[in-house]
Ligand binder design. Structure first.
Ligand code: ATP
Length: 328
């Protein structure tokens, strides 16, 4: 088995009295896109800074590209690209001039053509000869991303790369990530945007208050006994009619109409898995006189995982917790 691109073990960092990171352990598989998720102040930036060697950990170990204590190795830095949270550009330079400056600084061969390539990759071709000072924040972010890609790193670490991007920019960024992945690059990026992570990540790492709450594929991360719980039902008859009939039934915790012939419902929790819940629901609806065309378990979203991890005090399904949060 190949070693992970990155393995962080029992990492801790304190600033004065503030414990920014406490006993953080997780790994990033080679060639995958891993999302680093958590609220403001969770410790993500501090972890990233420790990985790339900008901040020394108080305790713990970092294995970088298969090398123990790799963050201290200068030669490994050429294999990593790090995009910091706040883009730093030279406002007087054009995008092309800025990238050429760094390409020469890094000693990149065929600098002119590599600069052209990365400019195209980040979607700045039409603005390449404009000054960075006149760029929007999102465009500056793209220029910075181009800079950290110049030397063809094996591992890209990106701190909130989609901050300041409009929805098109976010979609472009996702496409860039997928292209990089197809080329074998490993990506770790932080974000607050759950939906955006969901669409591009192979794995996620959740942090809160300095601790890693969970790491892995989203579907693996729900605590035992917790499911999203909601089912999508397609009926032959009009959904409105059925909604009226079944609202308030003891077997149903929640129900709402999602289309002319569609309902989303959460059955009251009984023993058994999602298959049992679907079968029970189909039986219940047909006993009530409806023709069920389909019953599907709702896809697990990162938001569901996040809610279940950050609100452990509430029991029951994620859908019920979400509803209770809305009701509060
Ligand atoms: P955000 O999503 O807002 O960027 P984050 O998850 O990246 O947050 P960090 O920036 O790593 O979180 O911060 C973790 C905690 O450590 C915060 O409480 C922050 O104020 C504190 N912290 C970070 N760097 C320093 C520093 N150099 N000196 C003092 N405290 C710091």
């Amino acid at each position: 088995m190949t070693s992970p691109a990155l393995a962080v073990h029992a990492l801790s960092k304190t600033f004065g009295a503030k414990r920014a990171v406490e006993d953080a352990t997780f790994a990033v598989a080679r060639g995958e896109i891993t999302g680093f998720l958590g609220p403001n102040g969770a410790g993500k930036t501090t972890v990233m800074n420790m990985i790339v060697g900008l901040t020394d950990p108080d305790a713990g170990e970092i294995e970088l590209l298969g090398v123990r204590h790799g963050s201290r190795r200068r030669d490994l830095r050429m294999l990593i690209g790090y995009l910091q949270e706040k883009p730093r550009v030279y406002p007087e330079m054009t995008a092309r001039g800025y990238l050429r400056f760094f390409a020469d600084l890094y000693g990149i061969p065929n600098a002119g053509s590599r600069v052209k390539e990365v400019i195209e990759r980040v979607g700045l071709a039409s603005a390449a000869d404009r000054r960075l000072g006149n760029f929007s924040r999102g465009m500056q972010q793209r220029a910075c991303l181009a800079r950290v890609m110049l030397h063809r790193p094996e591992l890209l670490i990106l701190d909130e790369p989609t901050l300041g991007l409009d929805p098109n920019g976010v979609a472009d960024m996702r496409a860039i990530f997928r292209e990089m992945k197809a080329e074998g690059v490993t990506l770790l990026f932080s974000s607050h945007q759950l939906a955006e992570m969901e669409r591009v990540c192979d794995s996620v790492v959740f942090m809160r208050q300095g601790r890693v709450l969970a790491a892995g594929q989203p579907a693996e991360l729900l605590p035992p006994g917790v499911s999203t719980g909601s089912l999508q039902v397609e009926l032959y008859e009009p959904a409105a009619q059925c909604l009226e009939r079944i609202t308030g039934l003891p077997e149903i915790e929640q129900v709402r109409q999602t289309g002319p012939h569609r309902l989303e419902l959460v059955p009251r929790r009984t023993a058994g898995d999602s298959r049992d819940a679907r079968a029970q629901t189909a039986r219940l609806l047909s006993q009530a006189g409806y023709t069920v065309l389909a019953v599907e378990a709702a896809a697990l979203s990162l938001e569901d995982v996040f809610i279940s991890l950050t609100r452990p005090e509430k029991s029951g399904s994620v859908a019920a917790r979400r509803a209770s949060l809305k009701g509060n």
